[in-house]
Design a protein around this ligand. Structure first.
Ligand code: ZN
Length: 307
């Protein structure tokens, strides 16, 4: 009897360590959604509230840790559906600031941009739940400033107002598929929808791998990642497949706070950059490192599908 207990204990320990080894090996990743309440167009008859509800259901069912949704409050003007969608999101997941009207810092002054950050705040304050710190900022288009003066001015403003920058280190430009999907649904084009799915997943896979290679080139190691997604027409349809892909690639989902506790997020390229992309893209550029070989995104095909 005693021996049996011992065998069992060793067995339990073995299984425990196997599990532990798997968790330790997993790469941490935080999912974030931009452009709430909606990115792109919807198919006829579909509402923003429905779209949001379906995404929230998937996140809950899959036990995804809190997911920041970055909002543009201008989209709520005279739009009850958008307001309802945001209420649903904020009741379930945290919200953060993405400027009032999705302003492009490259096309505007630092002062105008800062006003837009402030203009977005009343809605964030109204929406937030108890545990939600909305002082996280995501730059629209990931444009952090085309001159170093602008870049430093906005960074100083954010710091003075208690914001942390929600960086992005993985991105496959998922938004490209949102409006294309809305068009294909309207046309009931099943064959094109299948192409959307396969092209989405192969692009996601390619750019997840690319981001990890970039991290190794820049930091000499893998980092904890922050993934950029956009809430739109295709989100609830493709999200289960996207989550499955992340799992298959060995990612462990964590909160934005946990991902950005990685020291890699302390780095600041501190130069003016034009349309430079993710933090990893920016670091590659300032360090003069070339991207490894990778397939490009099917921009043209997405634009023309179901037209
Ligand atoms: Zn955006």
């Amino acid at each position: 009897m005693k021996n049996q207990n011992l065998v069992c204990s060793i067995g339990v320990l073995f299984v425990f360590f196997l599990g532990l080894a798997e968790i330790c090996a997993a790469q941490k990743l935080a999912i974030t959604f931009d452009d709430l309440p909606l990115n792109g167009l919807l198919p006829p008859g579909v509402t923003r509230a429905e779209t949001t509800k379906h995404v929230l259901e998937i996140l809950k069912k899959r036990h995804v840790p809190p997911v920041y949704g970055f909002i543009n409050a201008k989209k709520l003007e005279a739009n009850a559906d958008g307001a309802e969608a945001l209420k649903l999101w904020a009741a379930a997941e945290p919200v953060g600031n993405h400027t009032y009207s999705h302003m492009d810092l490259e096309q505007n002054t630092a002062e105008a941009f800062e006003r837009e950050i402030e203009e977005n705040e009343p809605v964030l304050e109204l929406l937030k739940e108890e545990a939600n710190d909305w002082h996280w900022f995501r730059y629209p288009y990931l444009h952090e400033g085309d001159t170093v003066e602008k870049r430093r001015a906005v960074r100083a403003f954010l710091k003075a107002h208690g914001y942390r920058i929600a960086q992005v280190t993985l991105d496959w430009e998922d938004y490209l598929w949102n409006t294309a999907y809305a068009r294909c649904v309207a046309k009931n084009d099943a064959k094109s929808m299948e192409w959307l799915r396969s092209s989405y997943l192969s692009t996601a896979s390619e750019f997840l791998d690319l981001g990890r290679e970039q991290a190794k080139l820049v930091y000499g190691r893998e980092i904890s990642y922050v993934l950029l997604m956009h809430l739109g027409a295709y989100s609830s349809t493709i999200l289960p497949d996207a989550l499955e892909l992340l799992k298959k690639k060995g990612f462990k989902l964590v909160t934005l706070e946990e991902a950005q506790s990685d020291a890699a997020y302390e780095s600041d390229p501190d130069v003016g950059l034009h349309d430079a992309g993710t933090l990893l893209d920016q670091m590659m550029q300032v360090k003069g490192i070339k991207d490894p070989e990778h397939a490009e995104k099917p921009y043209k095909e997405i634009e023309s599908v179901c037209q």
